[in-house]
Ligand binder design. Structure first.
Ligand SMILES: NC(=O)c1ccc[n+]([C@@H]2O[C@H](COP(=O)([O-])OP(=O)(O)OC[C@H]3O[C@@H](n4cnc5c(N)ncnc54)[C@H](OP(=O)(O)O)[C@@H]3O)[C@@H](O)[C@H]2O)c1
Length: 324
């Protein structure tokens, strides 16, 4: 699998990354043997970045990932996250250090390759809603750098979700990486969209990140599963998915996904999932595209799609009118 440089970190990450969150919940709720078999297959296929968070399954994802990687004696890159709770906004430094200590214990690691702030970003902080200001992001990046000096982490980043203007300001901070949402339903982080675009306009945050050499980790590549074209959820997956920057509810996103069937009919891809993954992986400003995994077969399909490379230019040209 192709490797790409993750911005200023200089890490080389696989274009497809393994999402260990609760949406595709294998690493949270899955059967342990299935987790091990699937992670082993990912590593064999060249996937080297595994993305988790203290929040995923309330620590369960970190625990499971740590146990599986230890069992496999695997040498891969692990990224995790700290989400500041409402009461922690007054003591950001202490909260971050304690959260990272807990994450390292659950992961059975002495150092994590990437530590990220998980909170949304806005111009004004809003502790009640766990929204960080750009200044909070700056402070978090400085605590992360102290953790690097202490040997607890190697690189640091933030969540490129929230208000686009604030995200862009935070991209000029000391952050080395950012997680940004981009998919066929909402491509506004990678291209201009019209003034009457139906969803949040991210204002090409991913392109700004690339200019700043901030390594981009793409999320919501499958719109939380809606881009499979089916509303059915796998038993280990989150049964209710809150869309990010698309329709207010998941069922409407599934309906909207049908708009992209022309890619199958035109012979550009064999499935919507394949088209959705190739759309994101095909963007050179994305270092790694995370996919949430519920089953071994989903992973295998994602690997096949990523290895097919970008969608042809002809398909991209035919996509533009769909975003009206
Ligand atoms: N920084 C943040 O705040 C943030 C937010 C969201 C995600 N993330 C990261 O991104 C990762 C990916 O999660 P996501 O929320 O962005 O979800 P996603 O990857 O857009 O969608 C995952 C869902 O797609 C479906 N799927 C996956 N492969 C499939 C296949 N081959 N065929 C059919 N359906 C398939 C699964 O649905 P079923 O399970 O129902 O089958 C799965 O739950 C997370 O694990 C996490 O690491 C980060």
């Amino acid at each position: 699998m192709q490797l790409r440089r993750l911005g200023k970190t200089d890490l080389q990450v696989s274009v497809l990354g393994f999402g260990c969150g609760a949406v595709g919940g294998l690493l949270v709720k899955g059967d342990r043997a299935e987790m091990t078999r699937t992670v082993a297959h990912a590593i064999d296929a060249g996937i080297n970045y595994f993305d988790t968070a203290a929040l995923y399954g309330n620590g369960q994802s970190e625990e499971n990932l740590g146990a599986v990687l230890r069992e496999l004696n695997a040498n891969v890159l692990v990224g995790t996250k700290v989400r500041l709770a409402t009461e922690e906004f007054e003591e950001i430094e202490t909260a971050i250090v304690q959260s990272v200590e807990r994450s390292l214990r659950r992961l059975q690691l002495e150092t994590v390759d990437l530590i990220q702030l998980h909170n949304l970003v806005a111009a004004q902080r809003n502790p009640q809603r766990q929204i960080a200001s750009v200044e909070d992001v700056e402070r978090a990046m400085s605590v992360f750098q102290d953790l690097v000096k202490a040997g607890k982490a190697r690189h640091w980043g933030f969540n490129g979700l929230g208000e686009p203007g604030a995200i862009k300001r935070a991209l000029h901070s000391r952050a080395q990486t950012a997680q940004c949402a981009v998919n066929l339903l909402n491509p506004s982080a990678v291209m201009p969209v019209s003034a009457n675009f139906a969803f949040e306009d991210y204002g090409q945050t991913i392109n700004v990140a690339a200019q700043e050499d901030v390594g981009v980790i793409a999320i919501r590549v499958l719109a939380g599963g809606a881009l499979s074209g089916s509303a059915e959820r796998h038993p280990v997956a989150a049964q209710a998915v809150d869309p990010i920057a698309s329709n207010p509810n998941f069922a409407d996103d599934v309906a909207l996904a049908q708009r992209f069937h022309f890619l199958l009919e035109g012979g550009y891809a064999d499935s919507l999932v394949e088209a959705a993954i190739r759309f994101v992986v095909g963007n050179p400003n994305v270092a790694t595209a995370l996919v949430g995994i519920s089953t071994f077969d989903q992973l295998a399909q994602a690997i096949d799609a990523a290895n097919r490379g970008p969608l042809p230019q002809d398909a991209l040209d035919r996509l533009s009118p769909k975003w009206g």
